[in-house]
Design a binder for this molecule. Structure first.
Ligand code: HEC
Ligand code: HEC
Length: 657
C-alpha cells in the first residue's frame, strides 16, 4: 500500500543501514536488568514453567507443542529494535511504547481492538521513569497480548525526561517494545466469550482464530492530520484486517482479514517446483497462495515482515514509501548473518506442531449455541445437498478421486454421498487449498494483485517457481466510478498474480464478516455467541443473495490534500482531493512511477483539479492504478441461483462447521 506516505511526508529518510549485528549474547533478561540487543530471553522457551500462559490444554500438549505455544504467544525475534526505529522515523507517529499507556487500560479493546493480558492490572501510579505501564505478573508483558517489553540498550538515565520524550521521539526511552504473532492472531474465544471484552481471562482467549476486532489503522494514524488524504485511507481500513504489504510496499491498498488457523494437519498439499528446481509438496499459504515453499518459510517470512533482521531487510526496499524498486530478501544471507533468523528458524518446527493442535470450535459447544442451530434433519439434509452441489468442489479437503471427478454426474453423486456421511466434517480442512483465478471467483481483485512475492520483488524467495510462473488469468471488466458508461478493462499481468486460494470454512460461524477484505456482512463488534451468529447470518445472506449487498466503494468523507511527491518534505505541490473521491483512485498508485512515466506532475499542476478528479486527470489516474477495482464487497456468487429454501438450509448446515 502506498499510503503511509503522509506519515512519512515530514520524516527524514532512512539513514545508512547498519551491518547485520553479529554479536549476540545468549541470555539477556529483563529481570537480570542486563541491557542487550536481542530477544533471546523473553520466556519464549519456558513460558509453561512460569505459568503466565493459559494451561487449559496443558494436559494434552506434548513438550514440543508447549514450546511452540510459547513461541507463538511470546517470541518477537528481536523486532523491538525495529519498532524503536519506526518510532523515530515516524516522529513518534507509530510508537508502540506510547500505545501501551496504562491509563487507557480499560479502553484498549474499544479503541484498538487490542486484547488485555489477563495477568496485568491498570497502573495506579507512574513507574520510576514516569511512564504509566500496566503492572503484570510477567515482567516482559506490556499489558497487551502480543506486545513485549525489553530494556532499551541505548537508554541513558542521565538524559531521560518523559515530558521531552512525549514531544521528541529521538529521546531514548527505557524500554523497547517488540511484537509477537499473538497481537493479530490471538482472539476472544467464541466458545467461552469474556463477560467484558476489555478484561478477558486466559480461558476467554484462543491462540489463532484471528483478532477480528483489531483496529490496525489506529496504530498508524498517530500524527496524520484530518485534512490529509492518508487519514482517509486509514479510515477506510476495516477492523480485523492488516495490510501486510504496508511496509514492503506494493502500492496497492489491500488490508485483509487475519484468517483463522484450524485443522492444519488436514490441509492439502500440492507438488510445486521450488526455486532450486526440486519438487516439494506444499500448502498454498496466504489469501493468494503466494507463500508456497513450506510452512516454516512462510512463518519466517512473517517474522521478517514484522521486523526480524530489520537491519537487512530494510536495505532491500524503501519501507512504506516504496519509492525505489524492491530487491529480493536472500534467505541464505539471513541464515548466515542474522542470529535472530537462526534462532527463530530453530523454533519453527515446534511452532507448527502447536498450530496443528488447533481444532474446530463448534457452535453447539458454545454457551447457548444450540438455540441457534436447527434440529430439523430435513433442513440439514437439504443444506448438505446444496453444499455438495455448489460448494464442496472447492470447500472440502475430501475430494472425489480423479477418475470420478472426470465425470460430472459421478462427481455429483460422490460429493452428495460424501457430504451426507456422518464423518464429513471430521479431519476436513473445508478447503481444497487450491488457487483459483479472480476472474472466476469475482471478488475484489486488490489482494490477488499484490506483487511482493513475484519475481524481482521482496518475497521472491518465499514463493515457489510454480507460483511465479502462473499465467495471467485474463482480463477484468470493472465498474468505472468516474464514468459509469465506460467500464474499465484491466489486463491482469502474468507471473503469479490474480488468484485467490479457497479459504477454510472451519468454524466460519464465528468469523464474519466474510471475504479476504472483511467487507461482506455487518461488523457489529460483538464477540458474544449471539453477536457472532448475527454477523454470520448477515454475511451468508449477502453472499447467497448478492442483491442484498451494499456495493461498497470507500470514498473520502471530506475535502483533503495529498502532497506530491510523497515523502518529499518540500513537496512541490499539493493535490486537492474533493469529498466523495473513491479512496482507491489515488491509493493504488505508485505515484513516483506515475509522475515520471505519465507526466502526472504536470497534469496536476495544469489541471488544478479543485472541482473534482475527472476528465483527462481521472483517465490518467485510472491508467496508473495498480488495481482499479472499486467495489469492495462484490463477487463469489456461487449458490446465488439456488432456491430460497436451499439457501436457508445451506446457511443452517454451514453454521455447524
Ligand atoms: C499485523 C498483524 C499480523 C501479525 C503480527 C501476524 N500475522 Fe499472521 N496473518 C495476518 C494476516 C492479515 C493474515 C492473512 C494474510 C493473507 O493471507 O494475506 C495472516 C495469516 C497467517 C497465517 C495463515 C495463512 C493461511 O494461508 O492460512 C499464518 C500461518 C500466519 N499468519 C502466521 C503468522 C506468524 C508465524 C506470525 C508471527 C511471526 C504472524 N502470523 C503474525 C496478520 C498478522
Ligand atoms: C470455485 C471454488 C469455490 C466455490 C465453488 C465456492 N467457493 Fe467459497 N470461496 C472460494 C474462494 C477462492 C474464496 C475466497 C474469496 C475472497 O476472499 O476473495 C471463498 C470464500 C468463501 C467464504 C468466505 C470465507 C471467509 O473466511 O471469509 C465463504 C463463507 C464461502 N466461500 C462459502 C461458500 C459457499 C457456501 C459455497 C457454495 C454455495 C462456496 N463458497 C463455493 C472458492 C469457492
Amino acid at each position: 500500500m502506498f499510503l503511509t506516505v503522509a506519515i512519512f511526508l515530514v520524516c527524514g529518510l532512512y539513514g545508512t543501514p547498519t551491518a547485520l549485528a553479529s554479536e549476540y549474547s545468549e541470555t539477556p533478561t529483563l529481570i537480570a536488568n542486563e541491557y542487550n540487543d536481542t530477544a533471546t530471553s523473553d520466556y519464549a522457551d519456558n513460558c509453561d514453567g512460569i505459568g503466565y500462559l493459559p494451561s487449559y490444554t496443558d494436559g494434552e500438549l506434548t513438550d514440543a507443542e508447549k514450546r511452540g505455544r510459547c513461541t507463538w504467544y511470546l517470541w518477537t525475534a528481536g523486532n523491538d529494535k525495529y519498532y524503536r526505529d519506526i518510532a523515530k522515523r515516524t516522529h513518534g507517529g507509530v510508537d508502540l511504547l506510547k500505545l501501551i499507556d496504562s491509563r487507557i487500560h480499560d479502553e484498549r479493546f474499544q479503541r484498538f481492538g487490542a486484547i488485555n493480558d489477563p495477568g496485568c492490572e491498570k497502573a495506579t501510579a507512574p513507574d520510576e521513569y514516569g511512564l504509566w505501564l500496566d503492572e503484570c505478573k510477567d515482567p516482559l508483558s506490556t499489558g497487551v497480548i502480543g506486545l513485549r517489553k525489553f530494556q532499551n540498550p541505548n537508554f541513558d538515565p542521565e538524559k531521560w525526561n518523559p515530558v521531552e520524550y512525549a514531544k521528541n521521539s529521538e529521546v531514548e526511552p527505557p524500554y523497547r517494545i517488540g511484537q509477537s504473532c499473538a497481537i493479530c492472531h490471538v482472539a476472544l474465544d467464541p466458545l467461552n466469550p469474556p463477560k467484558d471484552p476489555e478484561h478477558p481471562k486466559w480461558e476467554n482467549l484462543v491462540p489463532a482464530l484471528g483478532n477480528q476486532y483489531i483496529k490496525e489503522s489506529r496504530l498508524f494514524a498517530g500524527n496524520v492530520s484530518d485534512d490529509s488524504f492518508v487519514k482517509q485511507v486509514l479510515n477506510a481500513q476495516r477492523p480485523g484486517t492488516s495490510d501486510t504489504s504496508r511496509i514492503g510496499n506494493d502500492h496497492i491498498n489491500n488490508p485483509n482479514a487475519i484468517n483463522a488457523i484450524f485443522n492444519l494437519g488436514d490441509r492439502p498439499k500440492y507438488p510445486e517446483v521450488m526455486n532450486d528446481g526440486s519438487i516439494q509438496e506444499v500448502n498454498h499459504i496466504l489469501k493468494d497462495g503466494a507463500d508456497s515453499t513450506g510452512v516454516a518459510n512462510a512463518s519466517l517470512r512473517v517474522y521478517v515482515n514484522i521486523g526480524m533482521c530489520g537491519d537487512y531487510w530494510l536495505t532491500l526496499h524503501e519501507p512504506l514509501l516504496g519509492r525505489t524498486p524492491q530487491r529480493p530478501f536472500d534467505i541464505e544471507k539471513a541464515r548466515k548473518e542474522c542470529e535472530d533468523w537462526r534462532q527463530t528458524e530453530a523454533r519453527m518446527a515446534d511452532a507448527e506442531e502447536f498450530l496443528k493442535t488447533i481444532g474446530p470450535m463448534h457452535l453447539k459447544d458454545a454457551p447457548g449455541g444450540e438455540a441457534f442451530l436447527t434440529k430439523d434433519e430435513k433442513i440439514l439434509d437439504r443444506g448438505k445437498i446444496a453444499f455438495a452441489n455448489s460448494c464442496a468442489s472447492c470447500h472440502s479437503s475430501k475430494k472425489a478421486p480423479a477418475e470420478i471427478a472426470a465425470d460430472p454426474d459421478k462427481a455429483k453423486q460422490w460429493y452428495s454421498e460424501s457430504v451426507r456421511s456422518s464423518d464429513f466434517l471430521d479431519h476436513n480442512f473445508l478447503s481444497d487449498d487450491q488457487r483459483y483465478p479472480v476472474t472466476l471467483i469475482g471478488t475484489n481483485a486488490a489482494r490477488s494483485l499484490g506483487t511482493n512475492a513475484t519475481k524481482g520483488h521482496i518475497w521472491e524467495q518465499f514463493s515457489s517457481k510454480t507460483h511465479k510462473e502462473m499465467p495471467s488469468p485474463g482480463k477484468l471488466t470493472l465498474y468505472n466510478p468516474v464514468n459509469e458508461a465506460q467500464p474499465i478493462e484491466f489486463q491482469i499481468p502474468n507471473g503469479g498474480v490474480g488468484y485467490y486460494r479457497t479459504p477454510s470454512l472451519v468454524s466460519i460461524w464465528a468469523t464474519a464478516p466474510f471475504l479476504h477484505n472483511n467487507t461482506l456482512g455487518i461488523y457489529n463488534e460483538d464477540p458474544t455467541v449471539k453477536g457472532r451468529v448475527a454477523a454470520y447470518t448477515d454475511a451468508m445472506e449477502k453472499m447467497l443473495w448478492p442483491e442484498k449487498r451494499e456495493n461498497i466503494i470507500s470514498r473520502t468523507d471530506r475535502k483533503t490534500r495529498l502532497d506530491l511527491p510523497p515523502g518529499d518534505p518540500n513537496a512541490r505541490f499539493s493535490l486537492p482531493v474533493p469529498q466523495g473521491t473513491p479512496v482507491n483512485l489515488l491509493a493504488n498508485i505508485n505515484i513516483r512511477e506515475a509522475i515520471t512515466s505519465l507526466n502526472l506532475g504536470n497534469l496536476f499542476r495544469d489541471l488544478r483539479p479543485e472541482g473534482g478528479i475527472k476528465g483527462k486527470l481521472a483517465r490518467v489516474l485510472l491508467r496508473a492504478n495498480k488495481s482499479p477495482d472499486f467495489i469492495e464487497d462484490r463477487g463469489h456468487t456461487f449458490g446465488s441461483s439456488l432456491s430460497d429454501e436451499d439457501k436457508k438450509a445451506l446457511i443452517e448446515f454451514v453454521k455447524t462447521f
